[in-house]
Structures are given as structure tokens and as C-alpha cells.
Design a protein around this ligand. Structure first.
Ligand code: MLC
Ligand code: AMP
Length: 506
């Protein structure tokens, strides 16, 4: 019986002793070993009572076993809900409740914090640690190494990826088998991935970039990945000579370029460097070419759509642009007020349609209707312009969003926490330029009349409520927030005023 995603990405490798994952300690996980483990996990997961369509929430460290959970879910028709390991218990609580997850997977160390959450929503709890140990592995040991793949249609869900919202409530983007497969096929082709490729993989696997873009392409092409637990400069430099390709966020590139060991020689074996998830400075592009001779290939995507545009593999990769729509993707620039398409050259909102575009937000029909038009076009919230040669330039966002080191941070969520603190009348959270993370979070606070806000106490409160990467790196007290005549906070003015906060000294 058919399961398009499993058949195309995984089943074709069954029984093959070819390398799939190269681990930093020299161990190699073959395709065959990976699939046998995935089948055992599929048995262990379904033994918990999960049936096709049920959700499995995972908040676990990156490891080959963690990746096998993805394969197991696809094979068993279970919907995967990967969560950033940095999320606090309070944040995770919402995802488990909203998704109605039947099973939660955490590490042993997080088990005590997770147990009450799982208990509250009647979900089972198992563990999987970075070294592959845990109660899931215990349960899987000795189970059959093959699993009867569950039949799925292209329209069936594979994953729920939560993206934050401008209202502060995260939304679960429903990604189908067809969405992921279409994108993987197009990208494998456009970026010329083959079974000879070895991808240097240092991205987290709880976001679309590391989980779907990187992994699905390499599975489809039959290549392998040097699978690092996270971005680590020394490990990247050590492994680079064995790799043919790398996918990263701009911070990867600026960190590599700040290291004198990152040279033309070190990258001589590489054929492709891809960047995305955040704007790549033209300066980084230029420095990269001058240092290594490689021109970074920048592409543009979103959780809801996977990848939409890419600079060309052959042809001019233009700094400061994200290239052309991928085959099968329709893209238009529209007027935000009327929704009408604008002529090339004009700035407007970017809308996309194609087999890559998600099915909607989990159990949020109003939010789906607000962003996904009935004709299939998705309103990305990004602002762009198409130049005379057809290249797309992203010029801004009409959603209030900060991207720090490739992580999306919605100011509203942080403002809600700041506003609730004693002595705070109101707050505005903005992103300011930061050399390492691209942008970083700054909280602007207005105190209640006659009261003083205790900034240290506020930082502590934010620390409890929010994942570390969302914490304001600076809290600034102002007498008032700048507002326009409609009463709306003018964050652009705050950004201008505070743009030098993290500027390098001198
Ligand atoms: C870690 N920290 C961050 C951070 N990552 N703070 C802000 N922004 C981030 N992105 C915190 C750490 O908790 C730590 O806190 C401090 O900052 C310094 O940590 P570090 O050691 O310098 O960070 P590191 O662990 O090296 O992580 C940085 C990073 C990582 C850039 C390598 O964030 C990363 O891998 N980002 C990739 C994100 C990604 O995959 N995005 C794709 C989304 S999909 P303390 O306590 O020490 O101060 C998408 C669609 C698309 O957007 O188009 O692809
Ligand atoms: P996410 O919601 O995490 O999937 O992030 C998607 C957002 O990342 C997009 O809406 C863009 O704002 C941003 N993004 C992704 N790729 C690029 C890029 N190459 N240049 C600029 N912004 C990008």
C-alpha cells in the first residue's frame, strides 16, 4: 500500500549498507540500520496506542535516534510535532494542549518537568536522550526490525510545525506528505544533489530547514550527512574537508568567516553552500567569495511553505536577492490593502501558491482564512520586489517579527510577559542589528506613574516564562512609546533610535 513520502524518501533505501549518517566520533549509520531502528520505533510508538493522524510531540536533542523518530512517524502515519529544546515548560504546555498530542517524547532530565504537562492532557510520556538511551529505546529493543508501512495519501498530514503569531499565540502549520515531497523533489533537482553528496548538517532538526530541507533532500538523493549535534565552529572546520555541501543560517557564515582557518583550501572539496531562514548580508556574500571562491546560494522559505525561491545553481547568484520562484511555485507581489497584483519593480507583500504550500493552521480556521486565500495563495507577511531580471528582493516584513540567528521571535509574546510585571505600564519589543545573530531582542519599557520597574526582576521573570533565545538582551526604560495618530506604536522609530545598542565599539 502506498505511503508516498515513506516510499520515496525511506523505503527505497531498505537493506542498503550505504552510509547515511557520519557521526563526529567516526561512527557511520547505514541506511539499513537507520530504517531498522525506525521500524522498531514505529512499533514502540504504536504500542502506546497511537493510530494514524495522532500527534507525537518531541522535545529532544538532535541525534540519529531523534531523526529515526521522524522516519518512524512517517511510516506509522503519526503526525510529528518537533519542538525547540530551548522552550520552557510553560511554552511546551501550550503545544501539547493545542495539538492534542497523544505521546510526548522528552529527555530523561526534562522528564520531571514534562510529566505534569503530559498528565494534564492525558498524553503518554517516553524519553529519548542525546546518546540514544531512554524509555523509547528500551521499549523498542527486541521489537521487529520491519514495520507494515501505513497507507497514506499525499494530502495526509506529516507534521505540525508551530510558528509564533503576531497575537502571541503559536499556530501549528499543517504540512502534508505532498507538500514535503514536492519541495524535496524540486530542491534536489535545482541544487543538483546526488548520492555522491555529503552534507555538513549542523542545523537543529526541530525546524523545517534542518529537518525537511536538508534531510529530505539527502534522503531523496541517496547521499549522506555529517550529522553534528549542533553548530560548533571547531567541529565544522574539522569536518568541512569531507563534505560536499552545507546548509546554514547567516550566523553560520559570519562565524565561519570570522575564523582564519576557514579558507579556500579548507573548502576545496565543497560544491555548494546554501543560506536561508534570515537575510544574508551582501557583505557576507562578498567576504565568502573573496575568502573561499564560493558564491553562497541564497534561498527563501517559510515554515508554512517550505522553500519558495532560490538563486540559480548555474547562473548568477546575486547577493541581496533570493533568486527566482522554484519550478511549480507561483509568486506574486500584491498591494496589502487591495490584494491586487503589482507590476514588477514595485514593493508589496509576497504571496505564493504551489504544491509546497501548507494545508492551514491546526484547528484555527480563522487564522487560516486570514493568511491562506481561497484561491490557494499564501500571504507570507514578507515584503518584496521583483527586479528587471526577475530576481526577488526581500525588503522587509509586514509582520512584527524578529529573526535572531535564524530563530523567529514574535515581539507580542514577550510584550505580554513584560506588561504583566510590577511597575510596567506598557512595553514594546523590537529587534536591533547584532553582528552574530543578525538581529537581537530589546525590550522598551514605560513605567507606571510613580513606580519604578525592577529590571533585574523583570529579566528573571522573562527567563522563567520564555526560551533563552527570546530573552531581551537589553531592557530600556523610556518615558513614553512613540505612537502615530492612530495610537499605534511606531517601532520603526524605536529601532532607529536604538540601532547602535549592539554596534561593535570603535
Ligand atoms: C542560541 N542562543 C540564541 C540563539 N541560539 N540567542 C538568540 N538567537 C539564537 N538563534 C542563546 C543561547 O541559549 C546562549 O544563551 C547564547 O544565545 C549564546 O549561545 P551560542 O552558543 O552562541 O549559540 P549557539 O548554540 O551556537 O546557537 C546559535 C546558532 C543557533 C545560530 C548556531 O541558534 C542555530 O543553530 N540557529 C539555526 C536556527 C534554524 O535552524 N532556523 C531555521 C528555521 S526554519 P546564554 O545563556 O549562553 O546567553 C525557517 C524557514 C527557512 O526559518 O526559510 O528556513
Ligand atoms: P519561519 O516562520 O521560521 O519559517 O521563518 C520564515 C521567515 O524567515 C520568512 O517569512 C522570512 O521573513 C524569513 N526568511 C527566510 N529565508 C529568508 C531569506 N533568505 N532572506 C530573508 N528572510 C528570510
Amino acid at each position: 500500500m502506498a505511503n508516498p513520502l515513506f516510499d520515496r524518501l525511506f523505503a527505497r533505501h531498505a537493506g542498503k549498507p550505504t552510509p547515511f549518517l557520519h557521526l563526529p566520533d567516526g561512527t557511520v549509520v547505514t541506511h539499513d540500520a537507520f530504517l531498522r531502528l525506525a521500524a522498531q520505533f514505529a512499533h514502540a510508538i504504536t504500542a502506546q496506542g497511537l493510530v494514524p493522524g495522532d500527534r507525537l510531540a518531541v522535545q529532544i536533542d538532535k541525534s540519529p535516534e531523534a531523526l529515526a523518530v521522524y522516519a518512524a512517524c512517517v511510516q506509522a502515519g503519526v503526525v510529528l510535532l518537533p519542538l525547540n529544546t530551548a522552550y520552557t515548560a510553560a511554552e511546551t504546555d501550550y503545544f501539547v494542549e493545542n495539538s492534542g498530542a497523544k505521546l510526548v517524547l522528552s529527555s530523561d532530565t526534562a522528564q520531571d518537568a514534562m510529566a505534569p504537562i503530559a498528565g494534564r492532557y492525558d498524553a503518554a510520556l517516553l524519553t529519548l536522550n542525546a546518546d540514544g538511551s531512554g524509555s523509547l529505546s528500551d521499549a523498542a529493543r527486541g521489537l521487529p526490525e520491519t514495520f507494515d508501512t501505513v497507507a497514506r495519501a499525499e494530502d495526509d498530514l506529516t507534521a505540525l510545525l508551530y510558528t509564533s503569531g503576531t497575537t502571541g499565540r503559536s499556530k501549528g502549520a499543517m504540512l502534508t506528505q505532498g507538500n514535503l515531497l514536492a519541495n524535496a523533489e524540486v530542491l534536489t533537482d535545482c541544487w543538483r544533489f546526488t548520492s555522491d553528496d555529503v552534507l555538513l548538517h549542523a542545523l537543529p532538526i526541530f525546524h523545517t530547514h534542518g529537518l525537511f530541507v536538508a534531510t529530505n533532500i539527502l534522503l531523496l538523493a541517496g547521499g549522506s550527512m555529517i550529522f553534528l549535534p549542533k553548530f560548533d565552529l571547531d567541529a565544522m572546520i574539522a569536518q568541512m574537508p569531507r563534505a560536499t555541501s552545507m546548509m546554514g543560517v547567516p550566523t553560520f557564515y559570519t562565524r565561519l568567516l570570522d575564523d582564519p582557518r576557514f579558507t579556500r583550501d579548507l573548502t576545496a572539496h565543497m560544491r555548494l553552500f546554501v543560506s536561508g531562514s534570515a537575510p544574508l548580508l551582501a557583505e557576507t556574500h562578498t567576504r565568502m567569495e573573496a575568502r573561499t571562491g564560493h558564491r553562497i546560494l541564497e534561498r527563501y522559505g517559510l515554515t508554512e511553505t517550505s522553500m519558495n525561491t532560490s538563486n540559480p545553481y548555474d547562473g548568477d547568484r546575486r547577493a541581496g536577492t533570493v533568486g527566482f520562484p522554484l519550478p511549480g511555485v507561483e509568486l506574486k507581489i500584491t498591494d496589502a490593502a487591495s490584494g491586487e497584483a503589482l507590476p514588477d519593480g514595485e514593493i508589496g507583500q509576497i504571496e505564493v501558491r504551489g504544491p509546497n504550500v501548507f494545508k492551514g493552521y491546526w484547528r484555527m480556521p480563522e487564522k487560516t482564512a486570514a493568511e491562506l486565500r481561497s484561491d490557494g495563495f499564501f500571504i507570507t507577511g514578507d515584503l518584496g520586489r521583483i527586479d528587471a531580471d526577475g530576481y526577488l528582493h526581500i525588503v522587509g516584513r509586514n509582520k512584527d517579527l524578529i529573526i535572531s540567528g535564524g530563530y523567529n521571535i514574535y515581539p507580542k509574546e514577550i510584550e505580554l510577559v513584560l506588561d504583566a510585571q510590577p511597575g510596567v505600564l506598557e512595553s514594546a519589543v523590537i529587534g536591533v542589528p547584532h553582528a552574530d545573530f543578525g538581529e537581537t531582542v530589546v525590550g522598551v519599557i514605560v513605567e507606571e506613574p510613580g513606580r519604578t520597574a525592577d529590571l533585574e526582576e523583570i529579566s528573571r521573570a522573562a527567563g522563567k516564562a520564555l526560551a533563552r533565545f527570546k530573552h531581551p538582551r537589553r531592557l530600556i526604560v523610556l518615558d513614553a512609546l512613540p505612537r502615530n495618530t492612530m495610537g499605534k506604536v511606531q517601532k520603526n522609530l524605536l529601532r532607529e533610535r536604538l540601532s547602535d545598542l549592539f554596534a561593535p565599539a570603535g
